[in-house]
Design a protein around this ligand. Structure first.
Ligand code: PLP
Length: 407
């Protein structure tokens, strides 16, 4: 019965054109990859889809630090943090991150997690108790939404970055605690939330602000501290989530907030308490990653990213001028996430497939991940791309644009 039931559901996914398959990659995370083809043969691809924005995942210093961490700590943590799994490596990483954010979150403390998904469930489900109203941007990440599903709080969604709508909801709320929840950099659009306005509203209405900086951490700000450094913001009302599997090039996540909030999460957050602590060696290597992010190497990589983003945007803008009847639209973005909205699902999938055929890996993103009629190519740039890589992508897009308009 279960197997038939699932077959019906799988068939429906396929009929909607939403059936997904995963490719097997045989090389470390880097723009140039080798995949295993359907017949088992190796296939070369230039990819524009990882979130390894600084290109640290394949940095030799991280491989060395991981090996060193394995020498020092060997294998797993063996238990959850509160039992016996909280090693010196976990503690040192948490202390370092708390210090990093002290200028932005006074009296900061930090709690580490194995993944960002778990960190978001932990913070939102635990702080969102029955005395709380939560206010959530319509384009927030799935992990924030799932946290809200677990929370006892009442949840109100406001239209994407619509500060007037948020203000109206805050004004009507009579809850003891109010929590505003937002991505800082939206993962499918690449745009920035108006974080200074969010903080002003939090102050005006005595609310608190949960910010998910998964795509800002390491990328934005002079020293790579992320969105708070970019905007120069500081407030004890900020609860900051960051992930360590994107720009930091490894895996894990953290929450930085006022020490009372961290103290409560440690006592009450089930996704913190009931899971084995992450690998000590990874925590050890993350300290090297933080050093790279804030140092000269990080600054150099961030400025390379800026140059690649400008090159890409200038190229697409030239393309849109050359083919004005094409219904493509490049969304505003100062981040490595560049969204080229194409519209129809079948069009975006055909484009993605055509790019794949010339060796370029650019995913098409369709509903339900984005709104109906907003299907898009989601291009992500990494500091390890070259100007020639971006030129190759632009050339392929020009070629496809010319066939679309029937020239
Ligand atoms: C990737 C992502 C997460 C999840 O982080 P993981 O460490 O990959 O589990 C959370 N929030 C946002 C906005 C993300 O993009």
């Amino acid at each position: 019965m279960l197997l038939e039931h699932l077959k019906t559901k799988l068939d429906a996914i396929e009929a909607r054109g939403q059936y997904r398959v995963q490719c097997v990659t045989q090389t470390p995370t880097a723009p140039q990859q080798t995949l295993t083809g359907p017949d088992g043969s190796p296939q070369a691809r230039l990819m524009f889809c990882s979130n390894d924005y600084l290109g640290l995942a394949s940095h030799s210093a991280l491989a060395v630090a991981l090996a060193e961490g394995a020498q020092r700590w060997a294998g797993g943590a063996g238990a959850s943090h509160l039992v016996s799994g909280h090693t010196g490596a976990h503690e040192e990483l948490a202390r370092t991150l708390a210090q990093w954010f002290e200028p932005h979150v006074p009296q900061a403390k930090c709690l580490g997690f194995s993944t960002g998904y778990m960190a978001n469930l932990a913070v939102i489900a635990t702080l969102g108790d029955a005395d709380t109203d939560m206010f959530s941007d319509a384009l927030n990440h799935a992990s924030l939404i799932d946290g809200m599903r677990l929370a006892k709080a009442s949840v109100q969604r406001y239209a994407h970055v619509d500060m007037a709508a948020l203000r109206a909801q805050l004004m009507l709320s009579r809850a003891k605690v109010k929590l505003i929840v937002s991505d800082t950099v939206f993962s499918m659009d690449g745009d920035l939330a108006p974080v200074p306005e969010l903080l002003r509203l939090a102050e005006e209405f005595d609310a608190w602000l949960i910010l998910d900086d998964a795509h800002g951490f390491g990328v934005l700000g002079q020293r790579g501290r992320g969105t708070l450094e970019h905007f120069g913001l500081a407030s004890e009302r900020i609860i900051l989530l960051g992930t360590l599997g994107k720009a930091a090039g490894l895996s894990g996540a953290f929450v930085v907030a006022h020490e009372r909030i961290i103290a409560y999460l440690l006592q009450a957050a089930r996704p913190y308490i009931f899971t084995t602590a992450s690998l000590p060696a990874v925590n050890h290597a993350l300290l090297t990653s933080l050093g790279l992010i804030e140092g000269d190497s990080g600054q150099h990589r961030r400025s390379r990213l800026q140059a690649l983003q400008q090159q890409f945007r200038a190229g697409v803008e030239a393309l849109l001028r050359q083919y004005p009847t094409l219904p493509w639209r490049l969304l505003a973005s100062i981040t490595p996430i560049q969204a080229l909205v194409v519209g129809r699902n079948e069009d975006v999938m055909a484009l993605s497939k055509a790019l794949d055929e010339v060796g370029l890996r650019v995913p098409g993103i369709r509903p339900p991940t984005v709104a109906e009629g907003q299907a898009r190519l989601r291009i992500t740039l990494c500091a390890t791309h070259t100007a020639a890589d971006v030129a190759r992508l632009l050339q392929a897009l020009f070629m496809l644009a010319s066939t679309q308009v029937g020239l």
